[in-house]
Design a protein around this ligand. Structure first.
Ligand code: HEC
Ligand code: HEC
Ligand code: HEC
Length: 345
């Protein structure tokens, strides 16, 4: 007997298979226990699918410069706070409970070699579905992701001592909230270009910044992970402790065109003088003596796409002002504000 294939029969078969699949899923016999692991063939297939997906998506969407090695301190600190529990770190094993997942998080000192920088960027920015690998906690800070790419790239070959030197935790007695690993015992940010100087800042502003990170109105995965664990009393104490350190307050100096904008603004561009707000005694952050690279990074963020990056949703002021600054004046302004203190890079 021959069976003729008709549209009706084909449709009936497809429907039948779909129903069968539903039936199997409904019966509950599929074993989703993480304890049972994957069969080797399932494991191979899932990884093959993941590699293909990452390769294709990274090729089209990752930025041209996916790695930034100038900020390894904050990247290492964030790795210790957010990644080491699953992946482990040089000289430190992952938490056993995390390794009991299916799939368990791989040892990045081995696996990082398998990916290009662009692919690492894509994985870190977006995470990997069905595995427990999370996306970057905020989606509008590609600069933070780029610093992490550079850090993960260095994990193969990084010794425990090198890792500890980067993370540099102080003893809980002098640093109860573990801020100094990134900000330094003197609040000067260990010379890292992406970490602002906190000493000499107004305590009210530091407190507002911590609250902003914790509730998401200020966008930074690195600081969010720190701030969300603090209660209001700890925040206030930390803000007061850092504000009381010496640091900011150098006299701005340098380029006359930058001085013009900072002191008097650009009336034809409706750009107000920076000092009309950023002056000691007023409820605005102190900029004089701040690290030039940090000032420039904030201004560039605010200049970016209208709907992105650190718009600090509670204050629409700075994004509007920043977009009126001529692009080629950002670095001169930042250096001028930093003044002659060694914070000018
Ligand atoms: C909850 C546990 C968990 C956390 C937290 C986590 N990861 Fe992962 N990560 C995973 C798992 C599981 C995979 C494996 C995905 C796969 O290959 O199927 C993975 C994969 C990766 C990969 C790709 C490596 C590979 O070959 O699969 C990189 C790179 C990575 N993680 C970096 C990080 C970084 C950096 C952080 C912190 C910002 C982080 N992860 C946080 C669980 C985690
Ligand atoms: C893992 C590194 C890291 C740790 C740990 C860390 N910070 Fe930060 N902090 C940063 C970075 C990077 C920035 C800049 C964030 C940005 O781009 O908005 C920052 C910014 C800040 C700001 C905003 C300053 C400004 O001028 O706007 C405050 C306030 C702050 N941190 C306080 C703290 C306190 C208090 C702690 C400890 C409880 C702490 N930080 C721990 C890396 C860290
Ligand atoms: C109308 C008042 C006002 C003027 C004028 C102004 N700013 Fe601001 N600026 C603010 C406020 C408010 C914030 C704090 C935003 C927040 O809540 O985080 C800020 C924050 C900043 C920051 C971030 C500081 C930090 O520690 O993260 C930079 C950089 C900055 N301003 C640069 C400038 C420059 C450069 C000018 C001049 C071109 C300028 N501002 C003019 C109000 C002003």
């Amino acid at each position: 007997m021959t069976i003729r294939i008709t549209w009706k029969r084909a449709l009936a078969t497809v429907l039948g298979l779909a129903l069968l699949g539903m039936g199997v899923a409904w019966s509950g016999v599929i074993n989703l226990a993480a304890s049972s692991g994957h069969w080797a063939i399932t494991d191979w297939f899932l990884h093959w699918t993941m590699r293909n997906s990452v390769r294709t998506h990274a090729a089209f969407t990752a930025p041209k410069d996916p790695a930034d090695a100038t900020g390894l301190v904050s990247a290492a600190g964030h790795f210790a706070n957010s990644c080491a529990i699953c992946h482990g770190a040089p000289g430190q094993k992952p938490a056993p409970v995390m390794q009991a997942a299916t799939p368990p998080a791989p040892d990045l000192s081995v696996n990082a070699r398998e990916w290009t920088d662009k692919q690492l960027f894509w994985i870190l920015q977006h995470g990997v579905k069905y595995t427990g690998m999370p996306a970057w906690a905020v989606q509008d800070r590609p600069d933070e992701v780029r610093r992490m790419v550079a850090f993960v790239r260095r994990l193969p070959g990084m010794s425990a001592a090198q890792y500890r030197a980067l993370v540099a935790e102080a003893s809980p007695a002098i640093d109860p909230d573990n801020c100094t690993g990134c900000h330094g015992k003197d609040g000067r940010g260990r010379g890292a270009p992406d970490i602002p100087i906190l000493g000499g800042q107004s305590p009210e502003y530091l407190l507002a910044a911590l609250k902003g990170y914790a509730n998401g109105t200020r966008s930074s995965a690195v600081m969010q992970q720190v701030a969300m664990r603090m209660d209001p009393v700890q925040m206030e104490a930390a803000a007061r402790r850092f504000a009381a350190m010496p640091g900011l307050g150098a006299k701005p100096a340098g380029d006359p065109a930058a001085a013009q904008i900072v002191e008097r603004g650009l009336p034809d561009k409706q750009l107000p003088a920076c000092v009309s707000c950023h002056t000691p005694g007023k409820p605005y952050p102190v900029l004089a003596g701040q690290r030039a690279s940090y000032i420039a990074a904030r201004l560039r963020h605010w200049q970016g796409d209208k709907n992105i990056v650190d718009a600090r949703k509670s204050h629409a002021t700075m994004p509007v002002i920043a977009r009126r600054i001529p692009k080629d004046m950002i670095d001169p302004i930042a250096r001028y504000l930093a003044g002659d203190t060694g914070a000018r890079r």
